[in-house]
Design a protein around this ligand. Structure first.
Ligand SMILES: [Zn+2]
Length: 419
């Protein structure tokens, strides 16, 4: 009876203390004085993390390999080695002042799932591969999510390898140094096939904690439109120019921002609208401002909302120009990622079966899963993080929540690998 139960529930072999200890060990690599992590992509600290993961993998008998863009793979062989593998993972690189859980949690939860399969004596039809994607954060080399983009065919390998950091070091050179410091066998080919992909990650937002849920069933990754707005009026003397005669660019820009806040009003608080840069020229206390430059960052999980409200920004700005000239330029547009209903439903079912309070939610941040979703059914599992704080050395999560996410991941991977 016990053996049947174990086989049916490999998550029973997930060990909270082991998973937590691995986080403690990884957090030493690039540890900062304030308790965070600085482990940027293809740095010596990144190489050290690769060596540690590879050593743990070797100790459990898993095969380790890397591809041409430096993604690191740990493979639990399937009964049918030729079958397309189920993938799980996230990233080991961090922001310069990053936390101990962003990215590395998804890698260690995936590793815990592989260990749980072995400990439970569970053989699966498909191979299950844990991936540590190269350069998710994009702080040293832009763009971020580079390894998963190349893997999924969204970015050409040669173009990615030629990208340089601020010191002029190319991805190709940094990767060569990293692999010299953390050598693993090369895979013959780049990319899929991939049967399915699940990524576990801390939420990086406050909703799960606020609503007292342990598991976020991630339905997709919201899309994003970015704009610049330039308002050009006329500089004038602050003492002599009557207000009725002015073309005050600041006065117009303030009215435009207020009108855009109305346009973006959302009782459900799903719309994300941010004016993060606001520059007033010439910036003299006794001169009526002649020019204002500001940015707009607008995000939403639904393509229709992104299209409808985003397309109205220019007209709303023009209506509040107050005699100034207004130019609205869209500088980038990223479509929302919809995860596969198959994976979303599976994650929700596994969470419910294990008795975890859960909720469906979109991801506010970008993740490697957005690229993998282009080539395979994909989904994500979120666990709470303290006050939603992330990209910050104070980032925190509880051992119990991390283990809960790993259990849901383990069940979901087992189900997909036997499909
Ligand atoms: Zn991350």
């Amino acid at each position: 009876m016990v053996e049947i139960r174990t086989a049916a529930q490999p998550s029973a072999a997930v060990r909270e203390e082991r998973l937590w200890q691995r986080h403690i060990e990884m957090a030493k690599l690039g540890a900062t004085a304030k308790g965070g992590v600085n482990r940027q992509a293809l740095s010596p600290e990144d190489a050290a993390a690769r060596r540690l993961l590879a050593a743990w993998a070797a100790a459990r008998g898993f095969t380790v390999s890397t591809d041409a863009i430096g993604n690191l793979f740990v493979r639990y062989e399937g009964q049918d080695p030729a079958a397309a593998p189920v993938l799980t993972g996230s990233h080991m690189d961090s922001q310069p002042t990053g936390g101990r859980f962003d990215g590395i949690y998804g890698v260690l939860a995936g590793f815990e799932a592989l260990e749980a399969f072995v400990d439970a004596g569970l053989r699966l039809r498909r191979p299950v591969e844990l991936v540590a994607w190269m350069n998710e954060e994009g702080s040293r080399f832009q763009p971020g999510a580079m390894g998963s983009a190349v893997f999924a065919g969204g970015l050409a390998l040669d173009a990615a390898l030629a990208i340089t950091d601020r010191a002029g070091v190319s991805v190709a050179e940094a990767l060569r140094q990293t692999l010299a410091a953390a050598p693993v066998p090369q895979r013959p080919a780049l990319g899929g096939p991939v049967a399915a992909y699940i990524e576990a990650h801390i939420e990086q937002g406050p909703r799960l904690e606020a609503e007292k849920r342990t598991i976020g069933v991630v339905t997709g990754i919201q899309g994003q439109r970015r704009y610049t707005v330039d308002v050009v009026g006329e500089e004038a003397h602050a003492g002599t120019t009557p207000r009725a005669a002015r073309k005050d660019a600041l006065s117009a820009a303030v009215a435009i921002v207020a009108a855009l806040e109305q346009l973006m009003a959302d009782p459900a608080d799903t719309v994300r609208f941010t004016v993060g840069r606001f520059e007033v020229h010439p910036g003299s206390p006794n001169t009526v401002p002649g020019r204002v430059h500001f940015t707009v960052d607008f995000r939403h999980p639904e393509a229709a909302v992104l299209a409808e409200r985003g397309d109205r920004i220019a007209a709303v700005a023009a209506r509040h120009a107050k005699g100034c000239a207004v130019t609205v330029a869209e500088i980038s547009r990223v479509a929302p990622t919809a995860f596969a209903p198959l994976v979303i439903d599976l994650v929700r079912d596994c969470a419910a079966r294990l008795g975890y309070a859960n909720m469906d939610m979109p991801s506010g941040a970008g993740h490697d899963a957005m690229h993998v979703a282009r080539i395979a059914p994909a989904g994500m599992i979120f666990v709470p993080c303290w006050r939603g704080i992330s990209h910050n050395e104070a980032e925190n999560a509880t051992p119990a929540d991390l283990a809960a996410g790993a259990r849901v991941l383990t069940e979901a991977l087992a189900s997909l690998a036997n499909a």
